[in-house]
Design a protein around this ligand. Structure first.
Ligand code: ZN
Length: 65
């Protein structure tokens, strides 16, 4: 478990990029892309891509607790 994961509220959903391992946490959002904390994965725009490797949303999988 990373420090990021440990710092999240219980029950917060996170998603990880299968290509590079970058993690999107719904509780944190993605400020650099104008996505506020608490934004559900489903509400990210379809055009959103991984900030690390540019993979599309399809490349991400939910992190199981
Ligand atoms: Zn990636």
């Amino acid at each position: 478990m990373s420090e990021l994961m440990e710092s999240l509220p219980r029950g917060a959903r996170t998603w990880t990029c299968q290509d590079c391992g970058w993690i999107y946490a719904e509780a944190i959002g993605m400020a650099a892309d104008g996505i506020p904390p608490g934004t559900p994965w489903d509400e990210l725009p379809a055009s959103w891509t991984c900030p690390e490797c540019g993979a599309h949303k399809e490349a991400f999988v939910m992190v199981q607790p």
